[in-house]
Design a protein around this ligand. Structure first.
Ligand SMILES: [Zn+2]
Ligand SMILES: [Zn+2]
Length: 273
């Protein structure tokens, strides 16, 4: 059976609390032999590390999600450094920028022309702190980006020689994909690949070199067809891989070899497990 990795799942979320051993077991049974559990704040990152200690095929990424910047400490670097030094930590993240719900656009928001500017500046500051810790820890970064592409590329560029990013849940066009790869970074694809309205993402995947991409679920979100709308779990990388192989016109074995080798080169200690 071809083996795949789920390079982005939120196993610490409450959706999985009742049956974690079963979720990890079902993943392994489907050939998904590694799962990176992604932290979204310090608490979530600590839980991800605990899961990585508990399950040999789980590793952790530690970071603070851009949508939660308002709850973040002024300087997250000391806490992040400490988390990143744990041997079960494979990467920094998720981090990045998210302009999808700016404070100025929230219902009932006060008319404050500067609120969005301040929020964006705060996201930029937190992103930079992640990149600094990643660079000094020799770790790569799991990057979240939504409605912010130009700002993100501009802020990442100065670090592009010191850390690599994986632009997760990638849903941009082929031109943007090439700009990401030119910086030495990677892209990863979710179950959106299987959606009826996911043709633009399939087109981008078709144009992506086989050795520059990874697969992920982003569980509990984005369950692939035929589970669309239900809770997603790492086992469903199987369905994602089947669509990805068809789009790439390669065998599952080729896709397995390429994506696993890419992930092993990106995430610390992933090969060893
Ligand atoms: Zn994300
Ligand atoms: Zn995520």
């Amino acid at each position: 059976m071809p083996v795949f990795y789920d390079t982005h799942a939120h196993l610490d979320y409450p959706e999985f609390a009742a049956e974690l051993p079963e979720v990890v077991e079902r993943a392994a049974a489907a050939g998904i032999t590694r799962v990176i559990s992604i932290g979204t704040d310090f608490e979530s990152s600590r839980r991800a590390i605990q899961l990585a200690e508990q399950f040999p095929n789980v590793l952790a990424a530690v970071g603070w999600h851009p949508s939660h910047v308002e709850e973040a400490p002024e300087d997250i670097r000391p806490g992040l450094r400490e988390l990143a030094s744990h041997p079960r930590v494979a990467a920094i993240g998720e981090t990045g920028l998210d302009y999808h719900r700016l404070p100025g656009s929230k219902p009932g928001a006060e008319a404050d022309a500067n609120a969005d500017t301040r929020y964006k500046a705060r996201q930029a500051e937190l992103f930079r702190q992640h990149l600094e810790v990643a660079a000094e820890s020799n770790l790569n970064c799991v990057i979240h980006q939504r409605d912010c592409l130009e700002d993100l590329l501009q802020q990442f560029q100065p670090f592009a020689r010191r850390t690599r990013g994986v632009f997760h849940c990638f849903a941009e066009d082929a031109w943007t994909m090439r700009r990401v790869l030119e910086m030495g970074s990677l892209v990863s694809f979710t179950g959106i690949l299987t959606f009826k309205n996911g043709q633009n993402v399939r087109d981008t995947l078709a144009a992506t070199p086989l050795d520059r991409l990874m697969l992920e679920t982003d569980a509990p979100y984005l369950a692939p067809v035929p589970y669309r709308g239900k809770r997603c779990e790492p086992a469903y990388v199987k369905e994602i891989s089947e669509t990805a192989a068809r789009v790439k016109g390669c065998s599952l074995e080729e896709l397995s070899r390429a994506t696993c080798a890419t992930a092993e080169g990106f995430f610390r200690n992933l090969r060893e497990g």
